[in-house]
Ligand binder design. Structure first.
Ligand code: AMP
Ligand code: ZN
Length: 505
């Protein structure tokens, strides 16, 4: 029944048989969010994809350590080395908050959203600011190994030297020779760096920079790429099994992570690199700017997707219908969000859940000896597992479950005879549906008591939170819009002096 797991290793650009470094265990590191704004749907796509990968590895029997970081320092707005500001610092300054208030606010929102989408929590969720000491140590190691140099209190990674020893650009497919040759002309613009492709691993803070720590080189802060090199090494070792993230991170983030790991310990961090592809909407990149022809921005937030309050969609969609929609595309393919696709996914999700409900109610009636129907069902079950083992192909596995659903419906409505199926086949079929739907795909029944309340609570906490932010910003239009949309959905919001409360009406 179990099939060999194959994964698309971005490093080799090909599917490979997955063989963990240590038998029976898997170390999985995924680049987490930068918590300076509300989590967007693209982020959710990536984290739901890795949630399924994590779940499936565990389902296969591996003991998995899943590390997903929180970036709370170092990710700059714009060009890393042009004196740009930290994303969190910028938000803190413009909103007159402590940087850690910004971090806490958006980290809470991120966690709520992950709960709404029913993703499992990682085993370790380290924060960059909690690992400054280790980051300083790694900078020192890289300096000691001759792969970095210090200039005026900042430390830069020496990409020219690294490229002599290692195929820099291997992951993103960038031809480093070309890159180095091309960028040489720009040298005059790069005051501190020896070479334009060098990147900062420690930056001296300007006097106004809010997030700053003492180091041997200056009072400053670590470069963005450094945290992931440090935290993956600390929790998974110098060489671990899987490193994941969205493919927008291949360059420079992941490429530079590899450079730093090599620069500090002369070894490549991950054996397999897995990259999710981007979320699009209506076939195009999401963009907040308004199309002059339609007057509509090609953009939607998760909350708008739940409430339906966005001109790109005709109605709101439940978190599980959206999760199902995400699973209908392979993680390494782009995911194109549109109203039609969501409507179809919603139908598909309900169909699958209904089929499962019917299946679990079927009782074995006849004696039944192994026949054609058993063979067909067992074959489809085996194929469902084979699809999942083939680089976590959720869309193809869902396809097999739908083929099995047709059998279930046939058994339910009498087109197929219960006496033609063996008790063991029926039991296996029930187990397969339960395993795939709940354990592997991480779906939930939305229309049944208990679970639904948890989802609704989480969802409402998030919406109330967002409305609170709108009210604090005196954005009365948005605040009223949220209240009215909820009212239409049968939820009443009451504003009191201790905040807002909601109830079903
Ligand atoms: P960020 O918060 O921008 O650092 O991103 C957090 C994670 O979401 C990273 O793994 C990104 O690669 C991923 N990500 C960002 N934008 C998208 C998108 N449009 N589609 C899918 N994944 C994305
Ligand atoms: Zn990272």
């Amino acid at each position: 029944m179990k099939h060999q797991l194959k994964v698309l290793n971005s490093l080799k650009r090909q599917k490979e048989v997955f063989e963990p470094i240590n038998e029976g265990t898997v170390g999985l590191y995924v680049c987490g969010p930068t918590v300076y704004s509300d989590v967007h749907l693209g982020n959710c796509r990536t984290f739901v994809s890795f949630d399924v990968i994590y779940r499936y590895l565990k389902y296969l029997g591996y003991k998995v350590r899943y590390v997903r970081n929180i970036t709370d320092v170092g990710h700059l707005v714009g060009d890393v080395d042009s004196g740009a500001e930290d994303k969190i610092s910028e938000k803190a300054r413009t909103e007159q908050l402590e940087p850690m208030e910004v971090v806490q606010r958006y980290m809470n929102g991120f966690h709520e959203m992950m709960t709404i989408f029913n993703t499992e929590k990682p085993d370790i969720e380290p924060r960059a600011t909690g690992h400054i000491v280790e980051q300083i140590e790694m900078v020192q190691e890289i300096l000691d190994n001759g792969y970095a140099y210090e200039k005026n209190g900042s430390v830069y990674f020496n990409t020219t030297k690294f490229a002599e020893d290692y195929p820099y650009g291997e992951l993103s497919g960038r031809k480093i020779d070309e890159l180095l040759a091309e960028s040489r002309d720009d040298l005059k613009n790069q005051d501190e760096k020896n070479h334009p492709s060098d990147f900062a691993i420690w930056m001296k803070a300007s006097p106004t920079h809010l997030m700053r720590w003492n180091s041997p080189w200056s009072v400053g802060f670590p470069g963005w790429h450094l945290e992931c090199s440090v935290m993956s090494t600390k929790y998974l070792g110098k060489h671990f099994d899987i490193h994941g993230g969205g493919n927008d991170l291949k360059f420079p983030h992941h490429e530079n992570e590899i450079a730093q790991n090599y620069g500090s310990c002369k070894c490549a961090p991950a054996k397999y690199w897995l990259h999710t592809n981007m979320l699009l909407m209506n076939g195009k990149k999401m963009s907040k700017s308004v199309d002059p022809e339609t007057g509509i921005a090609n953009s939607i937030t998760p909350v708008e997707l739940f409430t339906g309050d966005n001109p790109n969609i005709t109605k709101g969609y439940s978190p599980m219908a959206i999760r199902f929609f995400m699973l209908q595309s392979h993680y390494a393919s782009t995911l194109d969000l549109s109203d039609d696709a969501l409507l179809a996914a919603e139908k598909g999700y309900r169909k699958l859940m209904e089929a499962n409900k019917s299946l679990q109610k079927l009782n074995h009636a006849g004696k039944g000896s192994a026949g054609d129907l058993d063979q067909e069902i067992n074959k489809l079950i085996d194929l469902a597992h084979e699809e999942m083992s083939d680089d976590f192909s959720t869309p193809r596995a869902i396809g097999r479950l739908f083929e099995l659903s047709a059998k279930v419906n046939g058994l339910k409505n009498g087109q197929l005879k219960m006496s033609d199926i063996q008790a063991t086949t029926l039991a296996l079929l029930k187990e397969t549906f339960t395993d795939f739907i709940y354990t592997i795909f991480g779906l939930k029944d939305e229309n049944e008591g208990g679970d639904n309340n948890g989802t609704l609570d989480g969802l409402m906490n998030l919406i109330i939170d967002m409305r609170k932010t709108a009210r604090e910003e005196k954005n009365w239009g948005t605040s009223d819009k949220i209240r009215d949309a909820l009212k239409e959905a049968g939820i009443q919001v009451k504003d009191g002096k201790d905040g807002s409360e909601w109830s079903l009406v």
